[in-house]
Ligand binder design. Structure first.
Ligand code: SF4
Length: 351
């Protein structure tokens, strides 16, 4: 069932320390210090008014801090507010994000008693060296234990991962992806490391000790991760940070591969690879037509038709026809050329 998430942000609340890359005041925008009943009801009601039909799973989500690291009385207060909407049948369940070292068996039981169905864990990496340099204050063993405990108690679980953290490299990142897949989360989010103002990473960047990934490298890392997760049937529900006005304010982002539509750039890169692979193995290249799902057409074309321009240039083509339709499976591409048909799926890029 489609899930509509109504987010309530609790920036940095429950954080035992400040991770080197993190500035939630920039990434989640201006939020009240304390969530009052009035603020909560107004925010949730405003979101509910925009939902037109009932066949949608509606979750309230507490994001931007460590929910289970907060004082238990405040957790209870927030969960009671959410449960009042659940009891009226207006929401289905609650989702939280938290640190892996703030999860234990008793906390999971506590969350379950308040209809928390989904827990997103800030893992960021599964390399202990990288976690240390990121100032996370927990180990990869904490991520593994927390994920396993949540799954054992029937919780839906998500993992947040980052690319381009200090000390990370392709080999360690591949190992992180492999370990993350082994944990069988229900979903993942991946975003590149961005150098925000007022962070320890900004100081490292200014003294030349941290070099962010280039946009092309960040796309390549994420492309690899997306394909591996898709092969394992684990949905990547978000690529890149959600843009906020605070993030886009002058001086907020100092460096790093930031783009407001980063996820689209990754999907476009995947479709360019798919189209190139089909064309490379083609016998002749006279009348070229690609068939693609309507939803994937923008990914095939790329921003400003950049992929089409690249394909024409790389394969000396004068014209490429594109037929977008509902019958074509998402994530697949069909090439029709001189009456012959060939087809590729995303996962064929790595199988
Ligand atoms: S990444 Fe998470 S744990 Fe670290 S400072 Fe930010 S909100 Fe707190």
């Amino acid at each position: 069932m489609t899930c509509k998430i109504i987010p309530i942000f609790i920036p940095h609340q429950g954080c035992s320390n400040r991770c080197v890359f993190c500035n939630q005041y920039r990434t989640v925008g201006g939020q009240p210090e304390e969530i009052t009943e009035t603020f909560f009801e107004q925010t949730v009601s405003a979101h509910l008014r925009t939902l037109k039909h009932n066949g949608i799973r509606r979750q309230i989500a507490f994001y931007g801090g460590n929910f289970t690291g907060m004082d238990e009385a405040y957790q209870t207060k927030l969960l009671r507010m959410a449960n009042a909407f659940i009891q009226k049948g207006l929401l289905h369940s609650v989702r939280i994000s938290t640190r892996p070292d703030c999860i234990n068996s008793a906390q999971i039981d506590f969350l379950r008693s308040f209809h928390v169905a989904t827990v997103e864990i800030g893992a960021q990496s599964l390399s202990d060296d990288v976690l240390l340099l990121a100032g996370r204050g927990h180990s990869s063993a904490d991520v593994i234990r927390a994920t396993q405990q949540l799954r054992a108690k029937g919780m839906e679980t998500g993992l947040h991962l980052m690319v381009g953290l200090p000390g990370d490299n392709l080999m360690q990142f591949s190992s992180t992806i492999e370990k993350a897949i082994g944990l069988k989360p229900d979903m993942v989010r991946i975003h590149p490391t961005i150098v925000f103002q007022d962070t320890a990473l900004a100081q490292e960047y200014f003294r030349g000790a941290y070099k962010p990934l280039s946009m092309l490298d960040a796309i390549d890392y994420c492309k690899y991760a997306v394909l591996e997760f898709e092969k394992a049937h684990i949905p990547v529900i978000r690529l890149g940070l959600q843009t906020t006005p605070e993030m886009e304010a002058p001086g907020a982002i100092l460096a790093g591969p930031y783009h407001p539509a980063f996820g689209s750039l990754v999907q476009e890169a995947i479709f360019l690879d798919m189209a190139s692979k089909l064309l490379t193995s083609a016998q002749s290249r006279k009348e070229i037509a690609f068939h693609v799902s309507i939803k994937d057409e923008p990914n095939l074309r790329g921003h400003g038709n950049i992929n089409i321009k690249k394909l024409k240039e790389n394969f000396a083509l004068n014209k490429i026809d594109i037929y977008a339709n509902n019958d074509q499976e998402r994530g697949s591409l069909m090439l029709v050329m001189d009456g012959r048909t060939s087809r590729i799926n995303k996962c064929d890029l790595i199988c």
